[in-house]
Design a binder for this molecule. Structure first.
Ligand SMILES: C[S@@+](CC[C@H](N)C(=O)[O-])C[C@H]1O[C@@H](n2cnc3c(N)ncnc32)[C@H](O)[C@@H]1O
Length: 229
């Protein structure tokens, strides 16, 4: 049901494309419903290209940054285990699905694109994980994940917005090597390709992973400690 609805949405801009569930290379125990892997990567007819640019179906690909963040969460589940997680700019839902599989207490996939919300819900079901879906951030959560959301410089304020809603933020990005906020510390880099493969330049196949954590309020050593009365 979800897969055929996704295919209808995709064919509104790419009439010759199909949606197929595939095991994700590098995270084989995650399956995602994505554009057919043999879809030609050559130039599209002008009118189709116009439609694609006007309404890009980012959700029909698993971006390298999302794949890298999923690998990190599955290898180091302590990042999300027992935590309430928001996957901001969820697209296919890859990062949120990995968080759920890694033991998050709850996962919310948040995306402004209604088709991406359908893709996240469909892919969560495909992987047997329970994920809530929303167009907006919740009041509070433990950790926000952002994979390949900073492709548009206008999205940079999302770094600050995430900090207002969470105690921790993990950002994965193949195009941005330095974040404007120095409180985001680079944790590691992970090589990952977008799937299906877009034939990206080598310089865009390394995801930089950044972490921000809220500072605990400092307690001064000289601060008087009041006795309980
Ligand atoms: C390149 S895709 C990345 C999807 C997924 N995280 C991945 O790594 O495969 C970026 C996604 O961010 C979403 N997005 C862009 N701006 C957003 C915003 N302000 N709030 C929420 N989602 C946003 C887009 O709709 C798109 O689904």
């Amino acid at each position: 049901m979800g897969i055929s609805a996704l295919q209808t949405r995709l064919q509104a801009t790419l009439p010759m494309a199909r949606i197929e569930p595939v095991a994700l290379p590098g995270c084989e125990h995650i399956s995602l419903a994505l554009i057919n892997a043999d879809f030609p990567t050559g130039p599209l007819p002008g009118d189709v290209m116009h439609q694609v640019l006007a309404n890009p179906a980012y959700w029909c690909l698993c971006w390298g940054s999302g794949a890298a963040l999923a690998q990190l969460l599955l290898q180091e589940p302590q990042w999300v285990q027992g935590k309430s997680v928001v996957d901001l700019g969820s697209g296919s839902g890859i990062a949120g699905i990995a968080a759920a599989l890694a033991g998050a207490s709850s996962v919310l996939a948040c995306d402004t694109d209604p088709d991406a919300r359908l893709a996240s819900a469909t892919n969560a079901e495909l992987n047997g994980v329970d994920i809530q879906i929303s167009a907006t951030l919740p009041q509070r959560c433990d950790i926000v994940l952002m994979a390949d959301v900073l492709y548009d410089k206008q999205n940079l304020p999302l770094l600050g917005l995430a900090q207002q809603h969470a105690s921790e933020v993990l950002v994965a990005d193949t195009r941005i090597t330095v974040l404007p906020d120095p409180d985001y510390r680079e944790l590691t880099t992970i090589n990952a390709l977008t799937f299906p493969n877009l034939g990206e330049f080598d310089e865009f196949t390394t995801a930089h992973i950044f972490h921000w954590q809220a500072r605990l309020p400092r307690i001064s050593a000289t601060q008087p400690i009041e006795d309980d009365v």
